[in-house]
Design a protein around this ligand. Structure first.
Ligand code: ADP
Length: 275
């Protein structure tokens, strides 16, 4: 398959192997921005419309699928991406799935069991709001799984994504990168705002206390699981607008690279439709 064109965004793609230093990636950067808000807004509108068109072709041709994985600290904007980036896409062809703490039979199977069943069908775009990466991040930070097993899971993650890609699914993984200050602001906003207060959990505060551990876990995990077939991107997410712009650019670039076409019609264009 052709590689996506990501001219201005390649810096944000996580290289394979080694350790990542998240400090090298500014949370308030604006990748792909022209520096002019009006032009950027026009670009976002254009990308949004293009995403709608490409998804219509993906849905019609039913040959390929797209998986968008969203990870990040609490309040990094995962829900916001789901709500805003897909506003021009038909609900027929896009699905979002949020993964919480495994429950019931999910706990009785291998960690990929519940994930695989939610992977996109051909013709579909699926967004994972949290994902199989919680099984190597949250479980690691909260010491639910021994470190040696977490590292073995990296191998399984790569093999799993290789399987999906080999069978036609393009995979884009976004780490929504916010600063600790911005997270504090957003959590305080949730507390102040009656319509958002329900979102705030005690675990958000205990996880905030583990900020450094989460960062260290991401710094090891992202390069260990970034690959040509399933690359990770660091998405600066202090600005909601820039975050949406970059995720939209990535989606459009990956869908364009699929070279999608509408299937031929079963009937000739001259077919008479009776009155
Ligand atoms: P969100 O914080 O994404 O809005 P929730 O409040 O439902 O949604 O939180 C989901 C929680 O589930 C997070 O704390 C996340 O770390 C946890 N979680 C998800 N998957 C797993 C997993 N496989 N193992 C442990 N914890 C997980």
């Amino acid at each position: 398959m052709a590689k996506p064109h990501l001219d201005g965004l390649s810096h944000w793609r996580v290289p394979e192997g080694g350790t990542l230093h998240l400090n090298d990636y500014a949370t308030d950067a604006r990748p792909g921005s022209t520096g002019d808000r009006t032009r950027d807004e026009a670009r976002l509108a254009e990308l949004s419309a293009r995403l709608g068109e490409l998804q219509a072709r993906l849905y019609a041709s039913k040959e390929r699928a797209l998986l968008l994985v969203l990870q990040g600290m609490d309040a990094a904007g995962k829900d916001g991406v789901v709500r805003r980036v897909f506003s021009s896409v038909s609900p027929l062809g896009v699905r979002a799935h949020a993964f919480g703490v495994p429950v019931g039979s999910e706990t009785q199977h291998d960690f990929l069991w519940r994930i695989h069943s939610q992977a996109p069908a051909r013709g579909e775009i699926t967004v994972f709001n949290r994902s199989h990466y919680e099984d190597v991040i949250a479980t690691r930070v909260r010491k639910l799984v021994p470190l040696a097993q977490v590292r073995r899971r990296h191998v399984h993650l790569r093999a799993f994504e290789e399987l999906l890609a080999d069978e036609g699914t393009a995979i884009i993984k976004c780490f929504l990168h916010i600063s600790r200050e911005e997270q504090g602001e957003r959590l305080r906003e949730r507390l102040r705002e009656p319509t958002k207060r329900w979102k705030l959990q005690a675990s958000d505060l205990s996880d905030r206390a583990l900020w450094k551990d989460y960062r260290a876990a991401y710094e090891e995990t992202l390069p260990a699981t970034s690959s040509d077939t399933a690359p990770w991107y660091v998405v600066p997410a202090d600005s909601r607008f820039s975050r949406d712009l970059m995720v939209s650019e990535l989606l459009v670039a990956h869908l364009e690279a699929m070279d999608l076409h509408y299937p031929p019609s079963a009937l000739p264009a001259s077919t008479h439709i009776p009155d």
